[in-house]
Ligand binder design. Sequence first.
Ligand code: NAD
Length: 484
Amino acid sequence: MSKTKITVAYGDGIGPEIMKATLNILDAAGAQLEKEVIEIGEQVYLKGISSGIEPRTWESLRETKVFLKSPITTPQGGGFKSLNVTTRKTLGLYANVRPCKAYYPFVRTNFPKTDMVIIRENEEDLYAGIEHRQTEEVYQCLKLISRPGSEKIIRYAFEYAKKYNRKKVTCMTKDNIMKLADGLFHKVFVEVAKEYPEIEADHKIIDIGTALVADRPEMFDVIVTLNLYGDIISDVAAQITGSVGLGGSSNIGEDVAMFEAIHGSAPDIAGMDIANPSGLLNGAVMMLVHIGQPEIAEKVSNAWMKTLEDGIHTGDIYQDEVSKKKVGTQEFAQAVIERLGQKPSSMKPAVFSKEKRSSSGPVILTEHPAARKELIGVDVFIDWKENGRDANVIGEKLRSVDADGLKMQLITNRGVKVFPEGMKETFCSDHWRVRFFNADESVITHDQVINVLNQVRDMGLDFIKIENLYTFDGERGFSLAQGE
Ligand code: NAD
């Protein structure tokens, strides 16, 4: 078998110890790897590179397309960017895959039957990092959800389910509230699910969904969700399986894939040879499957489970009733190496199928004919805190705006209608949204919008942003205000 080139980063804190243990196991198992070691993290941040990664490092990743990464420490204080977020976005690693499995009774958990995989969208949502302070009181973070981004991750989840013989994919959103953004994700899920009739498709609102993951995890198989929800729910899932120190994860792009442990650099135990290397090892097992060495992946995974079954445990999972020997990082790795070729007897042995090397490969997205987009109104946001913030005062003032028929229809404050006919109990911040339509809600022009803004400025009001109101094939592309 020819060797596969991979890029390796030893990382910070416990990173070097767990990487050494992991690579020793992979080498002993016969993994065919040509490793290119790169430096990322603390040392690079301290050289003054705010991204934590040197520009030439990207070349290695572009060439090998496979990255085995130890955790890194993000220095405290402003100015340092999260290396993980930078890597995911730069390399287009759109899918974060986290298997969460119970290894009962060898690892303590209340949910011995848990075996689910969380597939989290990795590039969009509130993590786009587009934030603005708009007034004295109000800050905004933009949530962006795209159709291609949603389709890519949802297709990946169904393909994953098919490849790994999983029976059900559950989508989680909050589309009862965010009808457009989360609604799009749910809608695309329903569309894509139709192409996989052999796989059960289900949807849960994220709040009850998270509660069920925490209370009845055995009902889930594959979960696909948006970036923020996935971030939270994957930690809940890892925690309840008792496997925060054991879980590996992969970040998959069309070209490149990155494999790591789910935990951080654990500076509190760095250099003590007591860290559990299992998280990174499980990440490395996912890597072996990905690069087409599934038989080595099986060998490593089975020897690892056998080690757990034999009660050889690092301190983080040691239990008096179950464990036989407390070992350090390198001794644990040695125990796994001694068991290469053996299979677990009470846990189900690992079976991995051949996969193609080339990550997810180019994703072919469904083509949709372009919709007819028409501008029918505008929301003008205004910073205003005079006159005791009486909505009637700003409302009456703006009634006089008339841009060739484009007139104010209503004002909201934090989404609630406050003019006309607002309720005096509604609390008003200094952030007002003023909605303008033509009286008959017909199509308007950009010139009318500019005319509105000129009139607002001439009144001495500070407009902080606008949002155009469009229809797409006649369907409203904006939400109604509460009370509208
Ligand atoms: P952490 O996961 O590093 O540690 C949390 C707790 O779990 C600590 O008590 C630690 O000792 C323990 N722990 C973690 N991994 C362990 C292991 N393999 N074996 C035994 N015990 C283990 O989380 P944290 O303390 O919040 O973060 C520390 C640093 O790691 C921060 O700088 C953070 O930014 C970084 N971090 C990096 C990644 C990554 O690179 N993927 C992920 C999360 C956090």
